[in-house]
Design a protein around this ligand. Structure first.
Ligand SMILES: Nc1ncnc2c1ncn2[C@@H]1O[C@H](COP(=O)(O)OP(=O)(O)OP(=O)(O)O)[C@@H](O)[C@H]1O
Ligand SMILES: [Mg+2]
Length: 531
C-alpha cells in the first residue's frame, strides 16, 4: 500500500518502457472514507495538516499501533471556533477556494477531505486555539455524527485525538497488520515527513515509549543524520545544481546498501513514493555499483507550483509534472553530475595537467597489470580494464566494424543456442560478425567486430545476450575482452592503459566490480617504517 503519492510520467518510455497504470484498487477508491486505510494514513494526514498550519514542532503519540489512539499536537496557527467546527465537514478546506487554485497548490492538503474521513471512522476530538483567541475550542465527532463544540484550554496550536480507529469498520480492522507492523508503518511515515521538513521538530511516542526524537535541524544533511545516523549523513555527496530544479544528496560510489531503504524524494516539499524515482536513481548509478546494491539518495525537486499537478487523483495518490515533462532526465543528470568528481578522482589518467602518464611496469600472474603514476602504484584487473573500454565503446555504438579473421574460426554454440544463430543473423551482422553455416549446428566465423579481442567469446556472448534479451553491450564487453591469464606485450599494455584512462567510469567494470587498487609511496614507506 502506498501512503505517499506516486510521481506519474506522461512520457512512460523514460521509465524504461514500463507504462504505469494506476492499480485498480486505487483508481476505484474515490469514496471519502477510503483515504484512511490504516493508522499510518491518518497520521500522515494529521501531520500534513500541522505542517500546512506552519507548525515548528509536531508531537505524535500512538497506542496499540494507532488503533486505540493517535494524538497529533502542533504549535501551528490553530483555528477560530467557527473554522474548527467547519473543518471536520466534507470538502471543508481553507487551502483552496476555486478551481484555478487547484492548478497552483502550495499546501500539502487541498481536498478538505482528511478530517472528515478520519472523523467518520473514529471518535475524533480536535482542540485548537488561534493567536488572539481565548479560550480554545474543542470539537468532537463520533463516527461521522454531528460535531459538538465546547470550550477548552490550550496554547496556540492544534491537537487532534483519534480514538478507536475503524470502530465502525470491523472488516477494515481485521485487515490491519500486527500492532508492531502498524507502529512501524507510522514511524516510517513520520520519518519521511520529517525528511521533507528539516526545519520542524518531530517526536513520536508509541505506547509510552519514545520512538523518534528529531528536534528542528539546520538542514537536510543534519536531518538525515538524525534519522539514518551520522556516518551515512557524513558520507553523502551534494547535488550542486545551483539554482537547478533538483538538489539534495546522494551516496558516493563507495557507500551502498542491500535495500532501497535510503531513498527519499520530495517534489515541491511533498513526499512522493520512491518507487517512481527508483529507475532514475538506478540509471544514474548504472554499472557503478555491484549487483544487488543500492545507493542512498535524498532528492528535492523544486519546481514552480504551476509546474506540478497534485490533483491527479482524489486520493492524492499521484502527482505529475505539467506539460509532459519528465523528472527522469533531471534526476539522472543531477546525480551523474554529483558523481563526476569521484569518478575522475584517482582516475590515474594522463588527463590532468602536469600529471605524469600511467606507465605499465609489467604483468602479474597473467591476470593483473602493474602500473605507476607519479608516486602511486596501481594494480589493475586486466579483464576489467578491457571490459570497461569495450563496454563504453559499445554503449556509444553497438554496431561494429567487421574485421576479417586471419583464419576463420569454427564455433559450436551450445545446443539450445544453435538454432538462435540464424534467428539473430541480421543483428549479429550489424554487430560486425560475418558467419556461415558449418554443419552440425556449428558456424564458421569469418569476421568479428574489430574492437573485440576474443572473437569466439564475443560471438557467443552476443548470441546469448540476444537470445536472452540481456544488455548486449555488457555481454559483448565481458565475453569479448582480454581473458585472465592472457599475456600482454608492453605495447598492448600501454595502449590498454591509455584507452582505459580515457573511459568515463574508470574504477568499476560493467558488472560493478572494482578494477584498480592503489598504493601510494608514502603509505608504503609508512608500512616499511621509513617515515
Ligand atoms: N492542525 C491544524 N492546524 C490548523 N488548521 C487545521 C489543522 N488541521 C486542519 N486544519 C484546517 O482544517 C481544514 C480541513 O482539514 P483537512 O485535512 O480535512 O483538509 P485539507 O488539509 O484542506 O485537505 P486534504 O483533505 O487534502 O488534507 C484545513 O483546510 C485547515 O484549514
Ligand atoms: Mg489535510
Amino acid at each position: 500500500m502506498k501512503l505517499f503519492p506516486q510521481l506519474i510520467s506522461e512520457a512512460p518510455e523514460e521509465y524504461g518502457g514500463r507504462v504505469r497504470v494506476l492499480p485498480p484498487e486505487v483508481a476505484h477508491r474515490i469514496a471519502a472514507g477510503e483515504v484512511i486505510e490504516r493508522p499510518a494514513s491518518a497520521v500522515k494526514e494529521l501531520v500534513e495538516n500541522a505542517l500546512d498550519a506552519g507548525a515548528s514542532r509536531v508531537e505524535i503519540e500512538i497506542e496499540s499501533g494507532g488503533v486505540a489512539l493517535i494524538r497529533v499536537r502542533d504549535d501551528g496557527s490553530g483555528m477560530s471556533p467557527e473554522d474548527a467546527k467547519k473543518s471536520v465537514g466534507r470538502h471543508a478546506t481553507s487551502k483552496i477556494s476555486s478551481a484555478e487554485d487547484l492548478a497552483r497548490v502550495v499546501s500539502l492538503g487541498f481536498r478538505g477531505e482528511a478530517l472528515h474521513a478520519i472523523s467518520s471512522v473514529s471518535a475524533l476530538s480536535l482542540t485548537t486555539r488561534e493567536a488572539g483567541a481565548d479560550p480554545a475550542t474543542c470539537v468532537r465527532v463520533l463516527a461521522g455524527g454531528l460535531p459538538e463544540r465546547s470550550l477548552a484550554a490550550r496554547p496556540v496550536g492544534t491537537t487532534v485525538e483519534v480514538r478507536d480507529l475503524f470502530m465502525n469498520l470491523p472488516v477494515r480492522r481485521g485487515f490491519l497488520g500486527t500492532e508492531r507492523a502498524e507502529t512501524n508503518a507510522v514511524a516510517t511515515v513520520v520519518e519521511a515527513l520529517a525528511l521533507s521538513r528539516p526545519e520542524a521538530g518531530f517526536f513520536l511516542r508509541a505506547d509510552g515509549r519514545g520512538l523518534l526524537a528529531l528536534p528542528a535541524s539546520a538542514d537536510l544533511r543534519e536531518r538525515v543524520a538524525q534519522v539514518h545516523g551520522l556516518s551515512l549523513a557524513r558520507s553523502l555527496v551534494p547535488l550542486d545544481e545551483v539554482g537547478g530544479p533538483v538538489w539534495g544528496f546522494v551516496s558516493p560510489l563507495s557507500v551502498s546498501f542491500p535495500t532501497r531503504r535510503y531513498l527519499h524524494v520530495a517534489v515541491n516539499g511533498r513526499v512522493v513514493d520512491t518507487d517512481s524515482f527508483a529507475p532514475a536513481v538506478a540509471k544514474a548509478y548504472a554499472d557503478l555499483l555491484p549487483k544487488g546494491r543500492h545507493p542512498a539518495a535524498f532528492l528535492r525537486l523544486e519546481l514552480g507550483p504551476g509546474e506540478v499537478d497534485v490533483n491527479v487523483h482524489p486520493a492524492k495518490s499521484a502527482v505529475r509534472l505539467r506539460g509532459g515533462r519528465s523528472a527522469y532526465p533531471l534526476v539522472v543528470g543531477a546525480i551523474r553530475g554529483a558523481l563526476a568528481p569521484e569518478r575522475e578522482e584517482g582516475g590515474a589518467g594522463p588527463a590532468a595537467e602536469g600529471e605524469s602518464e600511467l606507465r605499465p611496469i609489467g604483468q602479474f600472474a597473467g591476470r593483473c597489470i602493474l602500473a605507476e603514476v607519479g608516486e602511486e602504484l596501481i594494480i589493475l584487473d586486466q579483464h576489467g580494464v578491457h571490459e570497461r573500454i569495450l563496454y563504453e565503446k559499445l554503449l556509444k555504438n553497438v554496431r561494429g566494424t567487421p574485421a576479417n579473421l586471419p583464419v576463420p574460426a569454427v564455433v559450436r554454440p551450445p545446443v539450445d543456442l544453435a538454432p538462435e544463430v540464424w534467428n539473430f543473423e541480421v543483428e549479429l551482422e550489424a554487430l560486425g560478425f560475418r558467419l556461415e553455416p558449418f554443419g552440425g549446428g556449428a558456424v564458421r566465423l569469418l569476421a568479428a567486430p574489430e574492437s573485440v579481442a576474443d572473437p569466439e567469446g564475443g560471438f557467443l556472448g552476443a548470441l546469448e545476450a540476444l537470445a536472452g534479451g540481456e544488455d548486449l553491450a555488457k555481454a559483448l564487453a565481458c565475453r569479448g575482452s582480454t581473458k585472465f591469464g592472457e599475456s600482454l606485450t608492453q605495447e598492448q599494455m600501454v595502449s590498454l592503459l591509455r584507452e582505459w584512462s580515457a573511459t568515463e567510469f574508470k574504477e568499476i567494470c560493467p558488472h560493478g566490480r572494482p578494477i584498480a587498487k592503489r598504493m601510494s609511496l608514502p603509505d608504503l614507506l609508512r608500512e616499511f617504517g621509513r617515515i
